[in-house]
Design a protein around this ligand. Sequence first.
Ligand SMILES: Nc1ncnc2c1ncn2[C@@H]1O[C@H](COP(=O)(O)OP(=O)(O)OP(=O)(O)O)[C@@H](O)[C@H]1O
Ligand SMILES: [Mg+2]
Length: 321
Amino acid sequence: MDATSTAVIITEELTRSFGAHIAVNNLTLRIEAGEVFGFLGHNGAGKTTTVRLLNGVLAPTSGSVRVFGLDPTTAGHRIRARTGVLTETPALDSRLTARATLLHFAEVYGVPARDRRRRVDELLATFELQKRADSKVGGFSKGMRQRLALARTLIHDPDIIFLDEPTSGLDPVAIRDVHQMIEWLTHRGRTVFLCTHNLAEAERLCDRVAVLAQGRVLAIGTTRELGSRLNRGHRISVEVDASDIARAVKLFAATPPVSLAEAVTDRAAVRNGSASIVLHGVSRPDIPQIIQTATEQGIKLYRVQPEEPSLEDVYFALQEL
Ligand SMILES: Nc1ncnc2c1ncn2[C@@H]1O[C@H](COP(=O)(O)OP(=O)(O)OP(=O)(O)O)[C@@H](O)[C@H]1O
Ligand SMILES: [Mg+2]
């Protein structure tokens, strides 16, 4: 790691096998401090194995890992003092209260005795658990359990937080709460390594994502960068008055740089007495020209929307490789 580097996680050709099965295959990553990094992949892609390798819970078969410049195989303890890991199915003792759970972990993670109560109170407040602080965890809803598990992950104020599918199985309200917590962490400059299957979640929260399949990274970058690799021409969808459809298709098809104007079925538009057209070969900067052309020709335009490839488009395109 060079002196000016702000990377907190660096892996080079990191590989881990279980017998003949290669769970993580030649993973080369560089994650900067303060980044929210999405780790996307199907079941068995190697996400959890990677989290374990990065925290020194598993040793690599080959390749190297540095977290805060330290090697997890020899300095796992020092790394784990500065990382928090929310595992896929966090085990909570249902006989303990929320407060007792956090106090216990504060002790385990070496929070000084004089600071423990204050730290636990802060976390109970942040995660909206004060009212149930002295109730047993056994009676908690799934969402409350997950908030408590997250609070527990943060007890020692870690610099890197690993979240392994933190929203799977939660209802929309609980998911929103977890997302708000991730945003709260990023505003406080923490680095977040987020394993997820949920593409919308990654798209919304992450600065960059890696798409993983069978232990290999298929692509790394921002959603926009990955989208541009799809090589699919940009498109804009427009909605015009149903009475203008034929004229509009002809007009747009003759408006450069539109390469194709295609009328498409859109039930929502039909219900509004309008019709949809997809314009190929154009992108956001062409929108003013499209609006002007339509207006000059008296075409009633109700909606113009650029169709940038979503992470979902990218994900499925990459999986087909
Ligand atoms: N301790 C182990 N022993 C043997 N095989 C393992 C072990 N841990 C993981 N594997 C295998 O390695 C591969 C990657 O597993 P991993 O749990 O990292 O995937 P994942 O991306 O986290 O999947 P999921 O989305 O289901 O959690 C899988 O094929 C899994 O069966
Ligand atoms: Mg997993």
